[in-house]
Write a protein that binds this ligand. Sequence first.
Ligand SMILES: NC(=O)c1ccc[n+]([C@@H]2O[C@H](COP(=O)([O-])OP(=O)(O)OC[C@H]3O[C@@H](n4cnc5c(N)ncnc54)[C@H](OP(=O)(O)O)[C@@H]3O)[C@@H](O)[C@H]2O)c1
Length: 251
Amino acid sequence: MENYILITGASSGVGRETAVRLSHQHNLIINGRNVERLEETKSLCADHSDVIIWSRDLSEVDELESEFAAWLKERRLPIGSFVHCAGELSMLPLRALNVDAFKHSYAIHVFAPAILVKLLSSRKFNGQNLKSIVFISSNISERGATAFSVYGSSKAALDGLTRNLAMELAPRIRVNSILPGGMATRMTEELIADDAFRRQSEANYPLGMGRAEDIAPVVEFLLSEGAGWITGQSLTVDGGRTINLTDGKRI
Ligand SMILES: NC(=O)c1ccc[n+]([C@@H]2O[C@H](COP(=O)([O-])OP(=O)(O)OC[C@H]3O[C@@H](n4cnc5c(N)ncnc54)[C@H](OP(=O)(O)O)[C@@H]3O)[C@@H](O)[C@H]2O)c1
């Protein structure tokens, strides 16, 4: 249990579930903005695991590289894996689009993970410790939906980052992304509270809507030695939503 796993978005949903699951075998560094919720995640983790809270807003990318570099230098922790779960859903119709909305979404979903990987893969800041990276993308990255231009294109960029980093970092470090479908988490609680939305989703998902618990074991597998020959892949985990052509009706 010497190595640490850095998990962003660990204050709720997929990030929290992943942290709790991985804490049984690994030490963790958990990131989010809300310290109270990060403390709650820590309290749910296995007692024998060392869980360190690194709270920072990842949408503010200008100083991210220098601040994280200083943090790594001060702590000198061997970080073996990186899981980027931090994300923010924005649904913006075309008439409401503006450059700031793109900058904000791309900062969290693309710029921040790229900067974090740059430092974590650097011998100067993390030796040769980093072995595996998993980015949490979304099944929208390969599809299309009204009002999803900002969020969907930023997740598609994250999948592009996955493939390009996988080439640049091979053979030492593997990089993969997971494309979840709709899950009941804090991100979607308002949407799911709407009866019509929930009924439609239930009809569209052959295996039902997802939960954070459906993603955490897949993260664990992609980080493990069992996935040692998998890199540059974007794995859809969405209960069959994106292969469903039955138009919402079950016969
Ligand atoms: N839920 C879904 O239906 C769904 C579907 C497909 C993909 N996803 C993706 O799955 C990932 C996890 O989402 P979730 O469903 O678990 O949602 P969630 O419960 O809302 O979790 C989002 C996490 O991201 C963190 N975060 C958001 N903005 C941040 C920022 N500026 N700086 C640092 N951390 C930030 C939040 O922490 P703080 O609030 O403490 O900052 C929280 O821990 C996201 O990347 C999301 O896009 C979700």
